[in-house]
Write a protein that binds this ligand. Structure first.
Ligand code: GLN
Length: 191
């Protein structure tokens, strides 16, 4: 099985680890930058992207993570998607800058910020349930980015080479197709 790390400094990393195991991967929690060397792929979970950044700025973790996401399969969900994006707005914020996309934080406002939708997806198997929690919005994507699902005309699940990102929380639904897609991506990278 591919060995996939879940960045476990903040947010709902346990649910991701469970989802990855259900999708056929060996999931391990990554808490120190040295642990990145032992994994074939990485999930950056939801949480609060500013809190992630504060933590990562300590002890060289940010540099190690930047090197990792530049070439190894990485899947960012919600705050993780914000961290991967090249441009972050509302407010502007530092990021890892690898996903060719512009992301607006907390784009759905206070009242309707958290919701469950079911929408069409390019993933095989019919409509997909999507759990949104203070979700960001992908407002722009570059040419190399494939959109796998949308909400109100904006991308919510995207792929770019070895990267995947979702503005929702696939780990909170029972459907494992999204994690399965990422596990397959990691498998392909090992061939
Ligand atoms: N609002 C959070 C942020 O801006 C993301 C929310 C989430 O990850 N559920 O970082």
């Amino acid at each position: 099985n591919p060995k996939i790390g879940v960045l476990a400094i903040q947010g709902d990393f346990d649910a991701h680890a469970t989802a990855l195991r259900e999708a056929g991967a060996d999931a391990v929690l990554v808490r120190r930058s040295e642990e990145l060397a032992g994994v074939d792929g990485l999930v950056i979970p939801g949480g609060e992207s500013t809190t992630f950044l504060k933590f990562l700025e300590r002890d060289g973790f940010l540099g190690a993570l930047q090197a990792f996401v530049a070439e190894k399969p990485t899947f960012g969900t919600c705050a993780g998607c914000i961290l991967l994006a090249k441009e972050v707005l509302h407010p502007a914020q530092q990021s890892l800058g690898v996903l060719d996309a512009t992301v607006e934080r907390n784009a759905y406002g206070r009242q309707i910020d958290s919701a469950i939708y079911t929408a069409r997806t390019a993933l095989p198997g019919g409509p997909l349930e999507m759990v949104y929690i203070r979700a960001p919005r992908i407002t722009k994507t570059g040419k190399g980015v494939t959109v796998l699902a949308e909400r109100d005309g904006f991308p919510v699940l995207v792929e770019q080479g070895h990267l995947m990102a979702a503005t929702f929380h696939p780990e909170l639904s029972a459907d494992r197709r999204v994690h399965q897609r990422f596990v397959d991506l990691v498998r392909q990278s090992l061939r």
